[in-house]
Write a protein that binds this ligand. Structure first.
Ligand code: KIV
Ligand code: ZN
Length: 509
């Protein structure tokens, strides 16, 4: 490995999960953490253990089950946070306590109501305490980029003496621009005593849309760790997007170092697309089609001139190969005439290991969809299995749905649902066809969870594309997400609702 090595610190499960509306269950966090390990991230920030029992448990389970990457837990610069992080991280083979305190005049005055000298003393005490639990301690001066440079230098010098090994420089409010962020890193590198023995880290928020550019400017000026999140999730406008940082370094390695990308990064780029899809599916955050690297159009070529160029030589309009991020080049996969063997084989190639029941259910649904849709793509199979098959108890199964709707008719729906005690049916009216279907499902099942959010997207393009509906329901202050796919968007919506109810009854029978 070169000494220019860049460490990828993923904060999807901590800062990413702070995205409004992106809450993940404990099991979902563990599932994502396993995938982050497969992606090859160096550090996984698993949570903020003191902030809730669920955060504590998620951090603890990730620490216990995901071995290889360093597992980090966040803690304010106070004793109870650090002790809680240390306890949650106990099972980890490689652990890091990440402690922070605000250093900008705005935060120290209005939020902490403390003098700089008090903040400095708390930071030193926190790092020294964290050091009693692990040799790997990261310190973040929150709102660093609006802090006084002389104070930043003073506090960073002091925490290094107290044992900090990584110094993270957060642009907490996404305020600075790339040139400024690069200058801050360069100035700290030059003036903080002992900083050469530490790793300098970037942590940039995207309020002005420059989080990735700022992080890259940080690396150019000596930072060796980048804090980022899959799909750019995070507080407000989010954090720097991991996939964009990685692919920028991968594609333009020579801009950052004399070494090849493989010597700079530990990331298996072929896992990027899968990870991005998983995070989108579990958080319910749909990826915009023109999103860099992982958006549906990121490798699509539409205009005649571009398509012509691509056919002559891909390098005319393509700076990265889709295969590099794990997108297969061939798109048409299966159809109505594909037998069970071909379907099972494709599922294996896509990385799914399903038990016998799951395979039966998946194949049954595949045939239903293939009856309506000529060509079934990898994305369709992935959406079907992730949404309707994997890890889902089929307590209720939508057998039939009939909807009447139009510009004058009152939308009416009838459903037939298989339950553990037999088949139930109901009919209802609603404001629209989806509302009518949901009311009929509520009446048939006898449960009335409230719909919190609802969205629909096309899994692939074209008029035969599968529609994927995502619905969040709330019951007793707990949120459950359901997804469903179909060539008919009303049916996809009904399936998503039944799916969410299945999750609800699995958790609280
Ligand atoms: O944005 C921020 O300042 C943070 C710190 C806790 C590192 O997320
Ligand atoms: Zn942050």
């Amino acid at each position: 490995m070169s000494d220019d090595r860049i460490y990828i610190f993923d904060t999807t499960l901590r800062d990413g999960e702070q995205s409004p509306g992106a809450s993940l269950s404990i099991n979902e966090k563990v599932e994502i953490a396993h995938q982050l390990k497969a992606l090859g991230v160096d550090i996984i920030e698993a949570g903020f253990p003191v902030s809730s029992p669920a955060q504590f448990e998620a951090t603890r389970l990730v620490a216990e089950q995901v071995q290889g990457p360093i597992i980090a837990g966040l803690a304010r610069a106070v004793e109870k946070d650090i002790e809680s992080a240390a306890k949650a991280l106990e099972p980890a083979r490689n652990k890091r306590i990440h402690t922070f305190i605000a250093t900008s005049p705005i935060h120290m005055t209005h939020k902490l109501n403390k003098k700089p000298s008090e903040v400095l003393a708390m930071a030193v005490k926190a790092v020294a305490l964290a050091k009693t639990f692990t040799k790997d301690v990261e310190f973040s001066p929150e709102d660093a980029c609006r802090s006084d440079m002389a104070f930043l230098i003073e506090i960073l010098t002091a925490v290094i003496e107290a044992g900090a090994t990584t110094l993270n420089i957060p642009d907490t409010v996404g305020y600075v621009l790339p040139y400024e962020y690069g200058r801050i890193i360069a100035e700290l590198k030059e003036n903080v005593a002992g900083i050469d023995q530490c790793i300098i880290s970037t942590h940039c928020h995207n309020d002005l849309g420059v989080a990735v550019a700022n992080s890259l400017a940080g690396i150019r000026n000596g930072a060796r760790q980048v804090e980022c999140a899959i799909n750019g999730l995070g507080e407000r406008a989010g954090n720097a997007a991991l996939e964009e940082i990685v692919m920028a370094i991968h594609t333009r390695a020579s801009f950052f170092s004399k070494h090849e990308a493989s010597a700079l990064l530990n990331i298996k780029t072929e896992e990027i697309f899968k990870t991005s899809q998983m995070v989108s599916r579990l958080t319910g955050f749909v990826i915009q089609p023109n999103k860099a690297i992982v958006g549906a159009n990121a490798f699509a070529h539409e205009s005649g001139v571009h398509v012509d160029g691509m056919l002559k030589d891909k390098s005319t309009y393509e700076i990265m190969r889709p295969e590099t991020i794990g997108l297969s080049g061939s798109r048409v996969v299966l159809g109505r005439h594909t037998g069970r063997h071909g379907f099972v084989d494709r599922c294996k190639q896509l990385g799914f290991s399903l038990n016998q029941d799951e395979l039966e259910n998946a194949y049954k649904r595949f045939l239903e969809i293939a009856d309506k849709k000529k060509e079934i793509f990898d994305e369709d199979i992935t959406a079907l299995i992730n949404d309707e098959i994997r890890g889902i108890e089929h307590t209720y199964e939508l057998e039939e749905l009939h909807v009447v709707s139009g510009s004058v008719a009152m939308p009416t729906a009838s459903v037939r649902i298989k339950t553990p005690t037999g088949v139930v049916q109901a009919a209802a009216c609603g404001d629209g066809p989806v509302d009518a279907a949901y009311e009929a499902i509520r009446q048939a099942i006898g449960l009335s969870p409230t719909v919190n959010s609802y969205s629909i997207r096309a899994v692939t393009s074209g008029k035969e594309a599968l529609g994927e509906a995502v619905v969040k329901i709330v019951d007793n202050k707990r949120t459950f997400m359901g997804r469903g796919v179909s060539t008919d968007i009303i049916e996809a919506s009904a399936r998503a609702y039944v799916n969410a109810i299945n999750r609800l009854v699995t958790v609280q029978p």
